[in-house]
Design a protein around this ligand. Sequence first.
Ligand code: TYD
Length: 344
Amino acid sequence: MKLLVTGGAGFIGSHFIRFWLRRHPSDEVVNVDQLGYAGSLERLTDVESHSGYRFVRGDICDSDAVHTLMQGVDGVIHFAAQTHVDRSITDASPFLRTNVEGTGVLLRQAHAQAVRRFIHVSTDEVYGPVLDGAVDERAALSPRSPYAASKAAGDMLAQSFFHTYGLGVIVVRPTNIFGPGQLPEKLIPLCLTHAYEGRPIPIYGDGLQRRAWLFVDDLCDALERIMEQGSAGSIYNVASPQERTNLETVRRILQLVDRSTDLIQFVMDRPGHDRRYAMDDRALCLLGWQAKTSFEEGLSSTVKWYWQHAEWWRPIVQALRENPYHWLNRPFGSGSVQTSGAVV
Ligand code: TYD
């Protein structure tokens, strides 16, 4: 089987490539990544020498490049995306370009070349906040951030290619993922790298927003099952029962690395901040999937990894610090932003 992985130099994409080549050593995997600010080939040094692996630097919005890459491909797994909510608040345009236009280019080329399977990796954020219970795949989409809205657009575009052209599209909506190699702009690695350097850890608003965390290997496992057993036109939530408030998560990390909770600093809330995400993943469990890694196990291996790989994240953290989010510069408490408006 020949797979085209988009965004394979990113956090989840790189774990997926490693996972897939370990489980399917005779497959061919082509990784297309533009190596933007979040892409790093250092995540893949251990698979570079694999005979089935090939890296191509390219932009998914480039139709000609995608046309060439799609030749002879059996399946596409589309991770390439702008993913950070805080950045989308500062500037939505890269999100529209990559997450909507780029997804459209891939879908058109996959259709033109009759690719058998197209896995579109979406997000739970397309549902918007879920204050009680959990939503299944039939719930209406209600994205609140420019990031979530751009992913919802890509998600719906992907579904339209199934309904209109019969392209073998499957949409996957994962919960919050964590693990080694995640960019330190996301909560868990940001907390770890700040703790390591003794810097304050910014908690947005009251820190009581809830997230359900899943270790990255468990998502790779889910994606493999969906690739092999999922039915075209379906949507699969990938959920986690491991729900924590952000404060609980940060406090636990500080405890694990033996740092004081004095590092916690409450800052201006993220505009439009979703209080909670929660999904029902019975459809995926029917394929025999079950998460294997507890939050504690995943967290302890993640902590260990960041403690041992400061040479990887230090320059990244430095670069990220040079471009702070403008909305965070407002003094704490001055915002008129509503943090918990009506929820559909
Ligand atoms: P994040 O990792 O950005 O993922 P998402 O927004 O996709 O859920 O953030 C996780 C939660 O942590 C979210 O509620 C925002 C919050 N957060 C902070 O409180 N401080 C931070 O510095 C960051 C990056 C996130």
